[in-house]
Every structure is written in C-alpha cells, then in structure tokens.
Design a protein around this ligand. Structure first.
Ligand SMILES: NC(=O)c1ccc[n+]([C@@H]2O[C@H](COP(=O)([O-])OP(=O)(O)OC[C@H]3O[C@@H](n4cnc5c(N)ncnc54)[C@H](OP(=O)(O)O)[C@@H]3O)[C@@H](O)[C@H]2O)c1
Length: 336
C-alpha cells in the first residue's frame, strides 16, 4: 500500500510517500481502508520528536517506533480481528488509530490503517469521510474539557480561548449544544468562522485581553494558555472552572525537553486546593463512550466539523507546513 513514512524525527521534509506492507490487525483491532485522515498539532510533535520527553513516553527514542504518522481516520472496514464484535467489513467508520492518549504515530496517513475497536464509531451518513476524519482527537479533548471537566449546564457562560483552531472550533459547538452562552477568542481573521459555528460573542485577542474586561465565565477552556491562572481566575465566577488544554505553538512557546508538561503538572498539583481547577484525572474519559457521543452530535447536526483545506496523501508535508503557519480555520484534512 501507499503510505507516508518517516525514518527520522525532523521537519516535514523527513516525510516520504512510499510503498509498504499493509498493517496486520491484532485480535481487538479493525483494518480500515482509509478514505480521509486529519492533521493536528500532536502529529507535528511526533514528526519532530519535540518536546524530547515524548520520545521517552513511547514514541521511539532515536526514531519513531511507528514510521507512519497520523492518528485520525475515516474509512471503510476491510477486515476485523477475531475479538471484534461491533464492526464488520463494509462498515463506514471514523475514530483514532491509537490507544489512550499516546503521543505516538498512529499509521493513519496510509491507504490502510489499523485501529482499536473501542476507538472507532460508525460514521453517520450525514457527514462525509473528510468531515468525520476531522473530528476524533480534537473533539475527544474538547468533549473532556466541556462536558466532563466543565460539567456545563444550559444558560452558563463559557469562554473558549483559541476558538478558531481544531480543538476550539469543536469546544464552541459542544458548549452551544449543551445550551451555554459562548464567547470565542482568537485572531481577527478567524472570528467570522467562530461566529458562524455558533459563538454568541467573539473577542480579537490582539485587541483585547479577555481577563481584563470585567466579564465572568462559568468555564474557561484555554487552548493557548497564554495567561496565568491568577489572570484567568479574574474572569471566572467563584464556582467556575478553568481547563488548560495547552498549545506549544509548533515549538515557539515551549521548552524543548518538556514542553508545557510542567504547567500541566503544576495545575494538577494545585487542583485539590483551588476549587476552580477540575479534579485530577489520570486517564481520559472512556473513548468508546466518547466516540458514541460524538457520533450522536454529528448525526443531530449539533457538531459540524469546519474544514479549512484538504490535501491528497502525497501532500502531507504541505498540509503539516500549512497547519504550522497557524492560519488554518478549523481543520486540515488528508484525502486518501
Ligand atoms: N491533551 C490532549 O490530549 C490534547 C488532545 C488534542 C490536542 N491537544 C493540544 O491542543 C492544542 C491545540 O490544538 P488545535 O488543533 O486547536 O491547534 P490549532 O488548530 O493550531 O489552534 C490553536 C488556536 O489558538 C489560537 N491562538 C494562538 N495564540 C492565541 C492567543 N494568544 N489567544 C487566543 N488564541 C490564540 C490560534 O490562532 P492564531 O494562530 O490565529 O493566533 C489557533 O486558532 C495542541 O497543542 C495540541 O497538542 C491536546
């Protein structure tokens, strides 16, 4: 099969289109004929091997253990492992090709990819393969922030900082789906899109600092993490919640060894003492259950993936360069 392969960590120049063997399914896995895959910042992290700590967390010390990048797919089931019960050949599916929340290559940028059964859901008929592939990683983290950590109720006020990116555009729609009043913060050229996906109000972060406007929110989903916790607490109701997603901005805003992990760990350590921080979770919400929620949201039209550009498989390096430039509104998708 054709696949994008990387033998070393580095810039998008390390990625090559090659012929390799089809992957073989494990007992609990599904082999998917990939129709579309998507790009997100964690693909960039594993491609570059930065921050270095990810190499020790399973990605591969000197070179990627799995040479084929990409973690988000939509496609058609080709075959299933002997313990798989929910899918059969011919089913249209979407999901992640990795287990848990690993920082590893997932083999999605290829004609065929394997995925754990529990990381997949049936693709709703009302969305295209491209739209479905845009959802998994970004929406799983957005869902964890808005629904599980934020516990948002109808009428509450939610602010999404970084609302025009992959995670933010989903967080805005999930908060709206739960009946919240939503403010989206991003740069000026993304604000029309942020309004179009349902934000009630928008703020251009180059003109205004949301922590100094006197407004208070029940939930702040902070993707770039460019304000201190104490600044963000000024914009939170006393019972509100601050959730940091964290964005290393393609190497510009991070420490090369550990990235934004120290800030994450500091917030986790403070969580028992600061009521506005979510309870510490050592694992992500159940992926099978979360994928089922995302499928329903897509089916009902409450979640509509916003695709900025699509690239063919051979142009994955260009797609990653485009994402890295920071101009993408919503998601960048690969068609296979
Ligand atoms: N923890 C997890 O499991 C998990 C899962 C998924 C994703 N993530 C992380 O989530 C992060 C975000 O992913 P993404 O797909 O949303 O990235 P993205 O598409 O690059 O979006 C980031 C958005 O933040 C905006 N932004 C940058 N600086 C800002 C500022 N100072 N104020 C407000 N907005 C600002 C960017 O806009 P401009 O470029 O126009 O400024 C962009 O629209 C990634 O770093 C990824 O590693 C984590």
């Amino acid at each position: 099969m054709k696949a994008i392969v990387q033998d070393n960590y580095g810039s998008p120049d390390v990625l090559e289109l090659r012929e390799i063997d089809k992957p073989v399914v494990q007992d609990d896995e599904v082999l998917v004929r990939v129709r579309a895959a998507s790009v997100h910042p964690d693909v960039w992290h594993v491609m570059t091997g930065l921050p270095y700590v990810l190499r020790m967390m399973g990605a591969g010390l000197r070179r990627p253990k799995n040479p084929v990048p990409g973690t988000d797919v939509a496609g058609i089931v080709e075959s299933v492992g002997k313990h798989v019960t929910r899918f059969r050949p011919g089913d249209e599916v979407f999901g992640e090709t990795i287990r848990g929340q690993q920082w590893t290559n997932g083999g999605a940028y290829a004609e065929y990819a394997t995925a754990p059964e529990d990381a997949l859901a049936l693709k709703p008929a009302n969305v295209t393969f491209e739209q479905a592939a845009a959802v998994p990683t970004s929406a799983l983290i957005a869902l964890a922030a808005v629904r599980y950590d934020g516990k948002i109720q109808p009428g509450q006020k939610v602010l999404v900082n970084g609302a025009g990116g992959g995670v933010g555009a989903v967080a805005v729609q999930l908060a709206k789906a739960l009946g919240a009043d939503v403010t989206g913060v991003d740069s000026a050229n993304k604000l029309d899109m942020v309004r179009s996906i349902g934000a009630d109000r928008v703020i251009d972060y180059t003109q205004e600092d949301f922590t100094r406007r006197g407004e208070r929110y029940d939930l702040i989903v902070d993707i770039p993490g460019n304000h201190s916790l104490s600044d963000c607490r000024r914009a939170l109701t006393p019972g509100g919640t601050y959730v940091l997603i964290g964005h290393d901005n393609y190497g510009h805003g991070m420490r090369r060894w550990v990235g934004s992990l120290p800030r994450m760990f500091k917030l986790m350590a403070m969580s028992p003492f600061v009521s506005q921080l979510p309870d510490v979770r050592f694992s992500a919400p159940d992926k099978k259950e979360s994928m089922a929620v995302l499928k329903e949201l897509l089916e009902s039209g409450k979640l509509t993936p916003h695709i900025d550009r699509t690239y063919p498989l051979s142009e994955v390096p260009e797609a990653i360069r485009y994402l890295q430039e920071g101009h993408a509104k919503g998601k960048v998708v690969i068609t296979v």
